[in-house]
Design a protein around this ligand. Structure first.
Ligand code: BTN
Length: 251
């Protein structure tokens, strides 16, 4: 069980609801948002029994091994800012991991946090009325993953060979989320787009395929558009703006 008292003392401005086990922190954070909770309210759990990933996937939430949190954001972002908020959350997760564990991450558009090309953290954003629910899962102290994930997932422990403090990581994560969101609020999208482009090896000149469920696109990445969508130059030279889809390197 996380030492939530220690976390609370370092995040005095945040209401924190911590659960030893929960279905999904997303559901509970949405419920609290609907009930009018304050911006910055955090719902976290040591274990999720129905952790939600993107596209209806399950988020593997081993008890006591990862950080599973949803943060309610009520920043006055314009309604169409959600894609850039997602990028800002990826930057925040990468910054928090670097500060807490000294490990550098790559960011795969839109919101996968990778270490050595394997996924170490994922982000799920949902709208609940005018609030954004920012769901962040970080693989911290997993010693191994189930067979179906072992080739694509990693944890901070697996890459560093040591156990990491989830308390320290949570404090860094919330601080980074707060500062990237206030940067977006004050300075607009441009700095986030520029920082994400610098932090991600996937934004420019990467041969990728994009799984869109009903279609598979292939091409070379050519930057982000002003909304935060990925630009893909097809082999026919035509540019596609990718609004959603799973981006994977060609080799
Ligand atoms: C992804 O598919 O990459 C997104 C994963 C998001 C997982 C986090 S864990 C905390 C929060 N609660 C959930 O059920 N999902 C998000």
């Amino acid at each position: 069980m996380i030492d939530i008292g220690r976390v609370r003392s370092q995040l005095p401005d945040h209401e924190i609801y911590w659960h030893s086990t929960i279905g999904s922190t997303m559901t509970e954070a949405s419920r609290l948002a609907t009930a009018g909770c304050e911006s910055g309210t955090i719902v976290g759990a040591d274990e999720q029994t129905a952790g939600q990933g993107r596209y209806g996937r399950v988020w593997h939430s081993e008890p006591g091994a990862g950080l599973y949190v949803s943060i309610v954001l009520r920043n006055p972002f314009p309604a169409d800012a959600l894609p850039v908020v997602t990028l800002a959350l990826g930057l925040a997760a990468g910054e928090a991991i670097l500060k807490a564990s000294d490990v550098s991450c790559d960011l795969r558009w839109p919101n996968d946090v990778l270490i050595q090309s394997r996924k170490c953290a994922g982000i799920l954003t949902q709208l609940e009325g005018s609030a954004i629910i920012a769901g962040i899962g970080i693989n911290v102290n997993h010693a191994a993953f189930p067979d179906e994930l072992s080739a694509i997932a990693t944890s901070l422990r697996m890459v560093t060979g040591r156990v990491h403090s989830r308390e320290r990581l949570l404090v860094e994560l919330v601080s980074s989320v707060t500062s990237f969101c206030s940067l977006l609020e004050k300075e607009g999208r441009e700095p986030i787009l520029a920082m994400f482009s610098r932090a991600s090896s996937f934004v420019y000149g990467r041969r990728v395929y994009v799984d869109q469920g009903d279609a598979m696109l292939q091409g070379t990445t050519a930057g982000l558009d002003p909304s935060g969508f990925l630009v893909l130059r097809g082999d026919d030279g035509k540019q596609n703006v990718i609004i959603a889809g799973g981006v994977r390197p060609c080799s």
